[in-house]
Design a protein. Structure first.
Length: 133
């Protein structure tokens, strides 16, 4: 259960509707997702988060599928159920196969395991791994 009411389009003030309209237009959706409806309780956060997400997830040096897969891996590592579902769906829509998603999650899990071991043992970083400044 959400900790705030979900603001539906018909109940939203004009500034929230403007963001909702941009989300639906940009993502070719018929309705906004619950994440945005929750953020609409604080319109400045809704607008800032949407603008940042649009910029970060836009096509660039990394293509949109790669970005969705990275987002999914981080969401799994952070145990964000909502984001796992959202970004799995987005990755599938962009062409990710079940094999790709399975391999991605295996890599993310392995990275979490080896990160915990390196941190637990406080392994010093090899000089050859350090970036020259």
């Amino acid at each position: 259960m959400a900790t705030v009411p979900l603001i539906e389009y018909e109940d939203a003030p004009a500034d929230v509707r403007a963001v909702y309209d941009d989300i639906m237009r940009s993502r070719d959706l018929k309705r906004v997702n619950n994440f945005w409806k929750a953020l609409a309780n604080h319109p400045p956060t809704l607008k800032r988060t949407w603008e940042s997400l649009k910029e970060v997830m836009a096509d660039g040096a990394l293509d949109p599928l790669v970005k969705e897969l990275v987002y999914l891996a981080v969401s799994a590592s952070n145990a964000c159920e909502y984001c796992i579902h959202s970004h799995t769906a987005a990755a599938r829509k962009l062409g990710a196969s079940e094999a790709m998603i399975g391999e991605l999650l295996a890599v993310a899990a392995m990275a979490n395991e080896t990160n915990a071991l390196a941190n637990g043992y406080q392994v010093p970083v090899d000089e050859g791994f350090k970036v020259a400044q």
